[in-house]
Design a protein around this ligand. Structure first.
Ligand code: SF4
Ligand code: SF4
Ligand code: SF4
Length: 310
C-alpha cells in the first residue's frame, strides 16, 4: 500500500527538527486546472442530495457495520434533525457516529433538504499530511484509513481536516485516539464491495463506482435535468478532489446546506506549507509535547496495572 510522499516530510520533521525550507517545495502537484492525480482508478461515492429523505437508514447501517455503541436516540427518532449544537451548528460526526444526516430548511424552498455527512476521503487528505506519527493512509481503493494503534490523540488531524470529520474519542482518555468513517475499508471496500451506508439507502441516494466514472455520471445527471440540478459537482475539485462527491438542487446551493464553498482547489497541505514557513517551530515542538504527555500517561497506566496485578 503506497503512502503519499508528503507524509514522510511531516513525519521526518518531528525526528529531525523540520525546517520551513524542507517543507516548502515538498508538494503541490496540481496541473493548470487544479486537478490532482491521486489513484486514477480509485473508487468513490456520488451522493445525490436531491433524493435523500433523511430516514437515517444509512446511520443505522454504519453503526452496525462498524460495531459502534448504541446511539443516544434510536435511528427511528427523527427529532435528531432538529438538534443543534453550540453556536447553532447541526450535528457532526463523533466517536459513536461516523455518519450523520442533517436537515436544512432553505429559504424559498418548499421542503427541507437532507445532507449526509461523513469523511469525504480526500485525494490529498489534510488529516494524513498533518499526522506526524503517520497514522493515516490513502489506499489505492480510495479510502483514507488510519491505525488507532499508532495514533497518539494529538488532534492535529482534527484541525487539519477542512470538513471537521475526525472525532476525538473522549471515552478512552488513557489511550486517546480519533475516529472517523473508513469507507468500510476492512469489511467491504478492499473486497470491492460498496460501503454499508450506500447499500442500505432505500432511496439510492448514493452511487458507488470508480471516481472518474462518477464524475462523468455526475455531469451527465446534471445535463439530463438542468432545471433541477445545480451545475456543480462538489468534491470534484475542492481541496484537490474528494472520493465522496455531491449533487444538489438549484434551490439548495451548497453554501446554504452547510458545505464550505470557499475551500478552493488546492489540497490543504499547500496552505499548511505556507503556515509552516511562518511558524515552523509549531510543528516540531507541539506534537512532541503531545507525544510526551501521551507516553507518560500510558506508562503511568501500565505501571498502575502492573501494581494491581502483583
Ligand atoms: S439512507 Fe439514504 S435517504 Fe435515508 S438518510 Fe441516508 S442517504 Fe438519506
Ligand atoms: S475529509 Fe477530513 S478526515 Fe476525511 S480524508 Fe479529508 S481531511 Fe481526512
Ligand atoms: S462508508 Fe462505512 S464507515 Fe463510512 S459512513 Fe458509510 S457505513 Fe460508515
Amino acid at each position: 500500500m503506497k503512502r503519499l510522499n508528503r507524509r514522510s516530510f511531516l513525519k521526518g520533521g518531528l525526528a529531525s527538527g523540520v525546517t520551513a525550507a524542507a517543507v516548502t517545495g515538498s508538494v503541490g502537484k496540481a496541473d493548470a486546472a487544479g486537478d490532482f492525480g491521486g489513484y486514477p482508478d480509485s473508487m468513490g461515492v456520488l451522493v445525490d442530495l436531491t433524493k435523500c429523505i433523511g430516514c437515517r437508514t444509512c446511520e443505522a447501517a454504519c453503526n452496525k457495520e462498524q460495531n459502534l455503541p448504541a446511539p443516544d436516540k434510536p435511528f427511528t427518532d427523527m427529532s435528531v434533525h432538529d438538534e443543534v449544537r453550540h453556536g447553532g451548528l447541526p450535528r457532526r460526526t463523533s466517536e459513536k457516529a461516523y455518519t450523520v444526516v442533517n436537515k436544512y430548511e432553505v429559504e424559498g424552498r418548499e421542503h427541507p433538504l437532507f445532507r449526509k455527512v461523513q469523511c469525504n476521503h480526500c485525494q490529498e487528505p489534510g488529516c494524513l499530511t498533518s499526522c506526524f506519527v503517520n497514522a493515516y493512509t490513502k489506499t489505492p481503493e480510495g479510502a483514507v484509513i488510519y491505525d488507532p494503534k499508532v495514533c497518539v490523540g494529538c488532534r492535529t488531524c482534527m484541525i487539519a481536516c477542512p470538513f471537521y470529520i475526525p472525532a476525538y474519542s473522549y471515552s478512552s482518555p488513557i489511550n486517546p485516539v480519533v475516529k472517523k468513517c473508513i469507507m468500510c475499508y476492512d469489511t467491504r471496500l478492499k473486497f470491492g464491495r460498496p460501503p454499508a451506508c450506500v447499500e442500505a439507502c432505500p432511496q439510492q441516494v448514493m452511487t458507488f463506482g470508480k471516481r472518474k466514472d462518477l464524475i462523468d455520471l455526475a455531469h451527465k445527471t446534471i445535463k439530463s435535468r438542468p432545471s433541477l440540478y445545480l451545475d456543480h459537482v462538489y468534491g470534484e475539485k475542492e481541496v484537490g478532489g474528494t472520493s465522496w462527491m455531491y449533487l444538489t438542487s438549484q434551490d439548495a446551493p451548497f453554501g446554504e446546506i452547510g458545505f464550505d464553498t470557499h475551500l478552493g482547489k488546492q489540497p490543504i497541505i499547500n496552505y499548511v506549507k505556507e503556515f509552516l514557513a511562518i511558524v515552523p517551530m509549531v510543528l516540531t515542538i507541539w506534537p512532541a509535547l503531545f507525544t510526551g504527555f501521551h507516553l507518560l500517561a500510558t506508562r503511568k497506566e501500565a505501571k498502575k496495572n502492573d501494581e494491581s496485578v502483583s
